[in-house]
Design a protein around this ligand. Structure first.
Ligand SMILES: *Cc1c(COP(=O)(O)O)cnc(C)c1O
Length: 218
């Protein structure tokens, strides 16, 4: 079932859009099946789940962190993930930089934008994005590669369109600033119910869970 879902989705999306499997609450066996069917990035919300998956299936494709990262988990996270998509404060960026400095690594990151300006959501507000990008760009052990957004959830994906569109505008604008150490190449947006709209609005990577794996138990 997972294999078929992955194949169908890969057939539908343009070849230049990366399909990331959002793996929260899935078993390592399910994650492996998705990879075997052609998923090229695994997205994990929890450090512990990622560790379990890595132990069980190794690292056949890059692992991205897509949850909320607490500073006390950064040390572990930088040893596990190939990209952190949810950098939204200077404090978090500095801790990633410090920990990567200790091991001589450089972490690719996306800046998470709270495009819906929802108080209960993480992410930098669009009006503060440029300042944050500039501050993070000065950290030697981090490389900013793009933006990530969730957007407000709604049953109708058309409601997400303005937020995806605004995030794409920010993405293009930041890129045009040519900030040293900032490369705007990855725009991560769109989930099971909104990926079509996100791709129309310029997503280069979609994060899909339910549509690949079925409804979550929790
Ligand atoms: C769960 C999750 C997704 C995927 O959600 P679905 O609706 O199951 O496709 C995407 N991004 C993040 C950050 C998530 O936590």
């Amino acid at each position: 079932m997972i294999q078929e879902n992955v194949r169908k989705l890969l057939e539908e999306i343009p070849g230049n859009v990366t399909l990331q499997a959002a793996a929260k609450s899935r078993t390592p066996a399910e994650v492996r099946e998705a990879v075997e069917a052609g998923v090229t990035v695994i997205g994990e919300n929890y450090v512990q789940e990622a560790e379990a998956a890595l132990q069980a299936i190794g690292r056949p494709v890059p692992f991205h962190f897509i949850g909320h990262l607490q500073t006390n988990k950064v040390k572990k996270a930088v040893g596990i993930f190939d990209m952190i998509e949810t950098v939204d404060t200077v404090k978090l960026a500095r801790e990633i930089d410090r920990r990567c400095g200790q091991t001589g690594n450089r972490m690719p990151v996306l800046i998470e934008v709270n495009s819906g300006r929802e108080p209960q959501k993480f992410g930098v507000l669009p009006e503060n994005l440029e300042d944050l990008v500039r501050e993070v760009s000065e950290l030697a052990h981090i490389q900013v590669q793009g933006l990530m957004t969730m957007g407000p959830f709604s049953g109708d994906p058309e409601n997400a369109r303005p937020y995806f569109r605004e995030t794409k505008k920010s993405f293009d604008r930041i890129r045009s600033l040519n900030i040293p150490n900032v490369e705007m190449t990855v725009l991560s947006m769109g989930m099971s119910n909104s990926f079509r709209v996100a791709i129309q609005e310029g997503a280069t990577m979609i994060r899909v869970g339910t549509l690949l794996f079925g409804p979550r138990a929790v």
